[in-house]
Design a protein around this ligand. Structure first.
Ligand code: ZN
Length: 218
């Protein structure tokens, strides 16, 4: 996953000689470049026809910069690290954590999408602390993201790091890029799922996990 936040900036060597827009060392070095973010937000305000220097907006670029740093903090986190500390346990039935809430940012519009993730797996000797699953969701969602990829990434991480016999990940989310702009369909819910191992090959296991996820829920 790229950690360079500067891909949308203009080519270096602009005529006005203001500042050369090369990838900043900070952005390259795994940190968020707050001053650069502030400049970008100020520029955005100019571009939409606002006056960033009017009283109400004066603090906005700095505030938005800090907010973006928070919303994209997953870019500087390695989700695999949260799965390194597992327990060795002879448990080989389904483990399911339902309703892990998340907020992410659609990478096509930079608008939030939010919802719940359900993660089920059948251990193969390795059991992970439940809070670690929430950490993985946090790490994967706090970056420019696409729901389908996020679902797949979480499932693949569990397959790789836990060597689980089966992994089922279901993500349900509302996308503000669908509700406040474009087709404007509030209330629509996007559901994606990734089934691996037993949950992919065995229909009754898949039915069982879906039943567990949706049982009593609505
Ligand atoms: Zn979108």
């Amino acid at each position: 996953m790229s950690t360079n936040l500067s891909s949308a900036t203009p080519e270096p060597g602009t005529l006005d000689g203001e500042h050369q827009e090369e990838p900043s060392p900070i952005a390259r070095g795994n940190q968020v470049d707050l001053p650069r973010l502030e400049r970008a937000v100020r520029e955005l305000l100019f571009a939409v026809g606002e006056d960033p220097d009017r009283e109400g907006l004066r603090e906005t670029p700095a505030r938005v910069a800090r907010m973006y740093a928070e919303l994209f903090s997953g870019l500087h986190d390695e989700p695999r690290e949260h799965l390194k500390k597992f327990f060795t346990e002879k448990y080989d039935e389904v483990v399911l954590v339902r309703d892990i809430s998340f907020n992410s940012m659609c990478e096509h519009h930079l608008l939030p999408f939010m919802g719940k993730t359900h993660i089920g797996y059948i251990p193969n000797g390795r059991v992970i602390g439940l809070s670690k699953l929430a950490r993985v969701v946090e790490s994967v969602s706090r970056r420019p993201q696409v729901q389908e990829r996020m679902t797949e990434e979480i499932a693949n991480l569990l397959v790789r790091e836990l060597d689980a016999k089966g992994v089922a990940v279901v993500v349900e989310a509302t996308h503000t890029c669908m509700t406040i702009r474009g087709v404007r369909k509030p209330g629509s819910l996007c559901v994606t799922s990734a089934m691996k191992g037993t949950f992919r090959s065995n229909l009754s296991s898949r039915a069982e996990i879906m039943q567990l996820i949706y049982h009593d829920q609505r």
